[in-house]
Ligand binder design. Sequence first.
Ligand SMILES: NC(=O)c1ccc[n+]([C@@H]2O[C@H](COP(=O)([O-])OP(=O)(O)OC[C@H]3O[C@@H](n4cnc5c(N)ncnc54)[C@H](OP(=O)(O)O)[C@@H]3O)[C@@H](O)[C@H]2O)c1
Length: 301
Amino acid sequence: MESDTLRKHRILVLGANGQLGREFAHIGPSYEYCHFHFAAKSQVNIHDTSSLSAIMEEIKPDYVINCAAYTAVDKAESEADLCFETNAYACRSICEAVKTSGSRLVHFSSDYVYHSYNGFPLMETAPTEPRGVYARSKLEGEKIIRESGVPALILRTSWVVSSFGHNFVKTMLRLGREKSTLNVVSDQYGTPTYARHLATAVMDILLLTESEADKAELFNETYNYSPEGIISWYDLASTIMELAGLDCKVMPIPTSAYPTPAVRPHWSVMSKKKIRQSFDLETGHWRTGIRQCLEDLRAGD
Ligand SMILES: NC(=O)c1ccc[n+]([C@@H]2O[C@H](COP(=O)([O-])OP(=O)(O)OC[C@H]3O[C@@H](n4cnc5c(N)ncnc54)[C@H](OP(=O)(O)O)[C@@H]3O)[C@@H](O)[C@H]2O)c1
């Protein structure tokens, strides 16, 4: 029989086919002390409590990393039930399953929960004023998890990009090849997060809270996670064109010139002090992540 200390950590990743889920699959093999199981929506639909229970029974995970989410921010305005079912109410079933199996949960939330501006990077204690269905569903998911009492690390992240799935970087690369000019919103500020760096940060936190007893209680908290730096979508688009060597001129426009069904926060700049200090974590600079993302895209990773 394997001893507790020698046993590999079992990690179940839900929503494994999304951009973040696929980043966990990409970095997984470098963590020899972990045994990952990746469950895409086709294997485990988080609305379905029986398939959740079955996978928990089969894998007996030490950690459940919930990458499953409804992320179509604009579509959510006309699909509120599905959005809330996925981002909020399914968290209840996940927490039940986590509680029954005695495992711990890692969950991702969003800068959208804040929607406030005080001129400074938003701390985790800043007021939450979610606007729009997606934003409200993400905050409700956080509340359900906290009320469940399960040990849960909740990471609020922003502007996630990856070499996998659909995201702003890939859209800009496509449009940059097709068009000579492009209008991009210049009055929404935030920080792009490379999903591979986020996945790596999660693994660093799991390792640290497992190996250092005095850090264990820090797991059960809510943290902001994005790199350093403050830019607009216009700045990001310009940087992508420059780094990719694309001859497409990016023009700044106000949000009012690009109306969308869901209202976006103008200020998505989050303070990372809490996560940096709690876990001695380097959050790096957004430019490093974007450069890395473009390199990984070129390499086909
Ligand atoms: N993307 C961003 O800019 C951003 C910003 C802030 C926070 N976040 C948060 O970060 C987390 C990861 O986001 P992401 O960018 O990786 O999202 P993503 O690429 O949209 O991936 C989400 C995954 O969840 C799956 N899913 C949807 N409904 C499901 C269900 N009922 N059961 C099981 N799986 C289901 C999706 O499958 P299908 O595609 O087949 O539906 C998809 O594979 C999410 O919690 C998101 O809210 C993202």
